[in-house]
Design a binder for this molecule. Structure first.
Ligand code: 13P
Length: 259
């Protein structure tokens, strides 16, 4: 039995005060939600992490970073280590987001090093995969996803997969308002699950949480979450306001039922 995960990737938005205000609002608007039914995660910018952690202390909403570097410490100007993130109260870290692959040169190899470092220091990775529009239009979607999964999860054990969330985010759907149809998304999610079953085993695949990301909004969340292989969402734009993010959590609770 899998539990859905709704994670808000705030990207490069919000000052400390704005971040604190948003989580305070979420604590109120999600007061009737039980963490037994759903995992809710917020991923603020680095500069807001500790302040948000303080507001969330003893609360069930979880904290994620958006990136990390694999070394513990050293002469790596501008980078941040996994243990510094746990020190700020982080439980999760987004790894290999397409914006990092596209603008900051991340590769499957660097994604793999980051996943291993995160796990080593007790952070649960949320690992992003997804194809570009060109790749989809030239029928390369499955090949691209397979390469990202094989490369990203190289030397990761089935036990470790239990601490990893996969987020399928088609690049053409991110921030464009162009959501993948529930059928398009589920087709890729089912493919990822099959791949996990081949690389590991069917039990690991059955338990694997696979989120969808890309223009998830209150008006399309239900139809996505009803699909058998979609286990929640990684949300950008609609996670920046308490009202829309809360609607996504409530919509998921309503639509998600996977035995
Ligand atoms: P949007 O929800 O704004 O399309 O962003 C999706 C995303 O990139 C989440 O990581």
């Amino acid at each position: 039995m899998r539990k859905p995960i709704i994670a808000g990737n705030w990207k490069m938005h919000k000052t400390i005060i704005e971040s604190v205000d948003l989580v305070n609002d979420l604590k109120v608007s999600l007061a009737d939600v039980s963490p037994d039914d759903i995992t809710v995660i917020v991923a603020p910018v680095f500069t807001s992490l500790y302040a948000v952690h303080e507001v969330l202390s003893k609360h069930w909403i979880k904290l994620s970073a958006q990136n990390l570097f694999w070394e513990e410490k050293g002469a790596y100007t501008g980078e941040i280590s996994p243990s510094m993130l746990t020190d700020c109260g982080c439980n999760y870290c987004i790894i290999g987001h397409s914006e990092r692959r596209q603008y900051f040169g991340e590769t499957d190899e660097s994604v793999n090093r980051k996943i291993r470092a995160a796990l080593h220091f007790g952070l649960s990775p949320i690992v992003c995969v997804g194809e570009s529009l060109d790749q989809r239009e030239s029928s390369q979607t499955f090949q691209v996803i397979e390469k990202q999964i094989r490369g990203g999860f190289s030397d990761i054990s089935s036990l470790q997969m239990g601490n990893i969330t996969i987020a399928y985010e088609p690049i053409w759907a991110i921030g464009t308002g162009k959501t993948a149809t529930p059928e398009q998304a589920n087709e890729v999610h089912a493919y990822i699950r099959k791949l996990i079953s081949q690389l590991y085993d069917s039990k690991t695949a059955d338990q694997q949480c696979i989120q969808y990301g890309g223009s998830v909004k209150p008006n399309n969340v239900n139809s996505l979450m009803e699909k058998p292989d979609i286990d929640g969402a990684l949300v950008g734009g609609a996670s920046l306001e308490a009202e829309s993010f809360t609607s996504l959590v409530l919509g998921t609770l309503k639509a998600y039922s996977k035995a």
